[in-house]
Each structure stands twice: as structure tokens, then as C-alpha cells.
Write a protein that binds this ligand. Structure first.
Ligand SMILES: NC(=O)c1ccc[n+]([C@@H]2O[C@H](COP(=O)([O-])OP(=O)(O)OC[C@H]3O[C@@H](n4cnc5c(N)ncnc54)[C@H](OP(=O)(O)O)[C@@H]3O)[C@@H](O)[C@H]2O)c1
Length: 272
């Protein structure tokens, strides 16, 4: 009888299949992964940066503000790039800086999270007519054009990393919302459509593209009257930034390897 060598994989007693040897894919899994995340200075973006960092990812963050010292993480200050995504010229400079930091290496995830939702001076919803043209343009620059510019600009690195893009849309992209303005809502609807288009075009390159559509998440972007909306939410509470971060992480991890072109609702059932 021949002795099984150390190299012989074990056979599963139930399926009878040989246990798989560690593959090149798994070896790649163990390499440190890199995320580019916009809007990391507070809210959903901050929770997302912390979660990926806890999972061992390198997180390249960007926002207008400097790195937050109130809730820091190791390597965070070195990996932060101050970019105003609403200014096309400044955005180009920021993109060049991100590419420099990636140094031609693989990018495994791009999370387009930064967003703005302007209100009237009194804090009310801005409709189609009372939204000034400068506001319309700024909202689309930040919420819609920045995700396109970053995805195009980082394509080479995303291909190398078989990357995952997550676009942060909103429940307001698919229905009229009492506080979210028209420019915001239409920019998010456009971003949802862009997610579909990108998923179809980037799939053959090995890049997955999905969106998450939060409802009422407890962050500074919320309007004062949001607590009244909670009464209509089946789960009867606001969501937390950490709950949203978990879904973003799922979409960027191997667990979602066959998920692309989807938009996941994170809203406690508010869309029902
Ligand atoms: N909270 C909710 O209930 C909710 C619901 C639906 C959708 N969302 C979406 O979720 C995303 C995150 O929302 P949040 O609630 O976490 O918002 P938030 O607390 O207001 O944070 C927004 C982030 O975007 C960054 N940002 C804004 N303008 C920017 C610009 N011109 N350039 C670069 N960064 C910019 C901000 O950083 P700086 O100020 O430092 O630039 C900040 O880090 C947004 O896309 C939002 O539309 C949120």
C-alpha cells in the first residue's frame, strides 16, 4: 500500500472530492488590496474607510477637507488626497495625484461615495425651477461626473486588480423625496443608469460595477425633518453608516464575485 505524501490533498468524506490546493487566485486574495474612496471625511464614507482598513485594505481617501484627526487610522494621513470633486480642474490634479500614489499598481475597488444635496436657505427642497444653474452644475459635477472621471482615469489600475466599482446612489433617484432636491435626485438617477452602462461595458474587462441606494442613514447630510419619515419605514429606524459600509464591503469582496449591474436598496424597507 502506498503512503499518501504530504502533497496529497485530503478527500471530503461527504462529496468524495479532493480538497482544492491553494490556487494562484487565493494567493492573490492574500495580497493587500487597495481601495480608492471618495467622501471619506464623515458619514458613510468614514465608516467605509474604517471597515476596509479593518479588513486589511489600503484605503486611499479623498475629500475637500484634510484627513480627519478626530477618528484616525494607521497610514490614513499618508493615503489621503484633498480633492474638490466639484471643480473639474482641481479634480484632474487630484486624479493625477491618485495615479501617482497607485504607481501603476492594481486597484481592487473604487467607491464613488462623495455627494452633495443642496437645500434652499430655509432648508427646504429645491425644485426644478428654484434650483439655480450654478447649483445644477455643481451637483452634477460632484455626484455624477466625478464617478465617470475617476472610473475612466483609473481604468488601467482597475483592470489590473479585476476591480469592483460601487456607486452610491439614493432612494431619491427613483422617487420624489420630501427633502432631496431635483438636481440631487436626477443626478442619482443618472448615476444609477451609469452603473448599468458601466457594468455592461466593463464586465468583459473583469470589472464589476454596482450601486447601493441608501434611504435615511444617520449622517450629517440628513434634513432636520427626517425623524418624521421614520414612521413610514418598516424597520422603524434610521440606518447607520456602518450598515451601509457592510454592503459596500460585500460588493467589493470575493463574496460578490458574480454580482454586477445591481442596485442594492439599504433603507429598512422605505422603498416598499
Ligand atoms: N445619509 C443618507 O441618508 C443618504 C441617503 C441616500 C444617499 N446618500 C448618499 O451617500 C453618500 C454619502 O452620504 P453621507 O450621508 O455620508 O454624506 P455626508 O455626511 O454629507 O458626507 C459627504 C462626503 O462627501 C464629501 N464631499 C462633498 N462634496 C465634495 C467635493 N466637492 N469634493 C470632494 N468630496 C466632497 C464630504 O467631504 P468634504 O466635505 O471634506 O469634502 C464628505 O466626506 C452621498 O453620495 C449621498 O448622496 C446618503
Amino acid at each position: 500500500m502506498t503512503q499518501a505524501s504530504e502533497e496529497t490533498p485530503e478527500r471530503c468524506p461527504i462529496t468524495g472530492k479532493l480538497a482544492p490546493r491553494p490556487s494562484a487566485d487565493e494567493a492573490a486574495e492574500n495580497e493587500q488590496k487597495t481601495l480608492v474612496l471618495t467622501g471619506a471625511s464623515q458619514g458613510i464614507g468614514h465608516a467605509t474607510a474604517k471597515l476596509f482598513q479593518e479588513h486589511g485594505w489600503r484605503v486611499l481617501t479623498c475629500s475637500r477637507r484634510a484627513f480627519t484627526s478626530s477618528c484616525p487610522w494607521q497610514e490614513g494621513p499618508e493615503d489621503h488626497v484633498q480633492i474638490d470633486l466639484g471643480d473639474p480642474d482641481h479634480r484632474s490634479i487630484g486624479l493625477a495625484e491618485l495615479k501617482k500614489r497607485l504607481a501603476g499598481g492594481a486597484l481592487h475597488a473604487l467607491v464613488n461615495n462623495a455627494g452633495i444635496s443642496p437645500k434652499s436657505e430655509a432648508g427646504s427642497r429645491l425644485g426644478p425651477v428654484d434650483t439655480g444653474m450654478a447649483t445644477w452644475r455643481l451637483v452634477f459635477e460632484v455626484n455624477f461626473f466625478a464617478p465617470i472621471v475617476l472610473a475612466r482615469g483609473l481604468m488601467e489600475e482597475l483592470v489590473k486588480g479585476s476591480g469592483s466599482i460601487v456607486n452610491v446612489t439614493s432612494i431619491a433617484g427613483s422617487r420624489v423625496h420630501p427633502f432631496a432636491g431635483t438636481a440631487y435626485a436626477t443626478s442619482k438617477a443618472a448615476l444609477a443608469a451609469l452603473t448599468r452602462e458601466m457594468a455592461a461595458d466593463f464586465g468583459p474587462k473583469g470589472i464589476r460595477v454596482n450601486a447601493i441606494a441608501p434611504g435615511e442613514i444617520d449622517t450629517p447630510i440628513l434634513s432636520p425633518g427626517t425623524s418624521d419619515l421614520v414612521k413610514g419605514i418598516p424597520l422603524d429606524r434610521l440606518g447607520t453608516p456602518e450598515e451601509v459600509a457592510q454592503t459596500i464591503y460585500f460588493l467589493c469582496a470575493q463574496s460578490a464575485s458574480y454580482v454586477t449591474g445591481s442596485e442594492i436598496h439599504i433603507n429598512g424597507g422605505e422603498h416598499l
